[in-house]
Design a protein around this ligand. Structure first.
Ligand code: AMP
Length: 417
């Protein structure tokens, strides 16, 4: 027997039951984000590898070990998108969007690929939604983006949200801070984990992300990046905080939040949920005022966030009111003539927006009834020889068990009541 082919590790089939929540969330995202005046952008699934190397940075985990890259038959170095910001910025520059609109407020829902170690809430193919706003340098733009993310989770009824914020200032501040942090950590080098020892050499800021207790203790007395940022950047950060206070959005300032990617500056933030365990970040984002220029565009300030859809679904799992759609009607047909009649009736019912399932296995009445029950159908419509003779179908309410004979031409109006 030939060997069964299975899906690739870290990827996932979304089966019928689960796809309902995906569809629901996708609709919610479109509606919610459009209420803020954001427009959707869709970028290709793969890009030139260089785009990600230049934007995300060589020292990051994504670029150094997680990208799915290959050389195609034409000798091009290509990569499946590991994140969306770089692609949106590329499209913004390429299509001259900055000239067309003084501010671009964009959102996306996309599929990303990273060769990470798979675990609950962490996959190799995953979905993100998010926004990128290009054009405004002002703190109200930071506040709007943060509020959009926060309010979206609130609108879905997710409780226990932790919004963490920090400011990492300008590039110069970061270079200076990196040095200070390095100097602070060097005496503890031998106490650090192997991974952190490596990061000390390559990117000491990443050590701040540690979840290891003894490393967190060492970091307790480490210098804070916020003490290295300019007066203007501090003012900007305070203005963002005031606006969040005004909007009654609760936050905590997390001095160790720096976010891994090279392109961030000034405000960075993350929203976490208590329910998610080790992979607790629902979304993360920040300003990237230099990226557009670094990728060859006219300088423009920008801010955005990216949010995981799988994590959102995990956080929603225990919430009530799961948006599951059950069928309205299961058509039970017994005999050739009944099949034809059922087909026509199903069509008129669907025109009235009922969800109608047709039997196509020619099973017994009992088996069809069992199936209707299994699918949680609200009603069954039973049509056999007798019903065709009388031009009346039996409509059964599956919850109450009541049933009634209704003329074929009155079924729609009967069910609409
Ligand atoms: P990042 O692009 O790394 O800032 O991630 C933004 C958000 O995307 C995270 O807060 C997660 O919700 C989600 N995310 C990132 N990586 C993964 C992954 N490998 N699997 C599932 N979700 C992810």
């Amino acid at each position: 027997m030939s060997e069964l082919i299975k899906n690739i590790k870290g990827t996932k089939d979304i089966l019928a039951q689960e796809s309902v929540i995906w569809q629901f969330l996708e609709v919610e995202i479109h509606q919610f984000f459009q209420k803020f005046g954001f427009s959707e952008i869709r970028t290709p699934a793969f890009e030139n590898t260089n785009l990600f190397v230049r934007s995300i940075g060589n020292q990051t985990d994504i670029v150094s070990k997680e990208m799915y890259s290959w050389v195609d038959q034409g000798g091009n170095n290509l990569t499946l998108k590991p994140e969306v910001t770089a692609s949106v910025v590329r499209a913004y520059i390429q299509h001259n969007l900055g000239k067309k609109f003084s501010i671009n407020k964009l959102y996306y829902i996309d599929t990303l690929f990273r060769r990470e170690r798979p675990q609950k809430g962490r996959y190799r193919q995953f979905r993100q939604f998010g926004v990128e706003v290009i054009g405004s340098m002002y703190p109200e733009q930071d506040a709007e983006v943060i509020a959009l993310a926060y309010n979206f989770y609130q609108s879905l009824g997710i409780k226990n949200l932790n919004l963490k914020l920090n400011s990492i200032g300008s590039k110069e501040a970061r270079i200076k801070y990196k040095e200070e942090l390095y100097n602070y950590l060097v005496p503890y080098k031998n106490k650090l984990s192997k991974i952190s020892q490596n990061r000390l050499k390559t990117n000491p800021l990443r050590i701040l992300d540690t979840k290891i207790d003894f490393e967190s203790e060492i970091l307790n007395n480490a210098p804070h990046i916020i003490d290295f940022i300019s007066k203007d950047d501090k003012q900007h950060f305070n203005d963002v905080l005031h606006l969040l206070d005004h909007l009654q959005i609760k936050y905590i300032i997390d001095y160790n939040l720096v976010r891994g990617l090279d392109y961030y500056c000034k405000t960075v933030f993350e929203i976490q949920s208590d329910k998610l365990g080790a992979q607790d970040a629902l979304c993360g984002g920040g300003r990237y005022d230099y990226l557009i220029e670094e990728l060859g565009g006219k300088p423009a300030p920008a801010i955005g966030f990216a949010a995981g859809l799988e994590r959102l679904i995990l956080a929603l799992e225990d919430e009530e009111n799961q948006p599951i759609k059950y069928p309205d009607i299961y058509m039970i047909s017994l005999g050739d003539e009944a099949i034809k009649v059922s087909f026509s009736l199903a069509q008129t019912l669907r025109n009235d927006n009922f969800i109608v399932i047709m039997e196509t296995l020619r099973r017994s009445l009992k088996a069809q009834m069992k199936e209707a029950n299994k699918l949680n159908s609200k009603h069954t419509i039973i049509i056999g020889e007798e019903e065709i003779k009388n031009q009346k179908a039996i409509i059964k309410n599956m919850e109450s068990g009541d049933q009634k004979a209704i003329s074929f031409n009155q079924i729609n109006s009967y069910l609409k009541k």
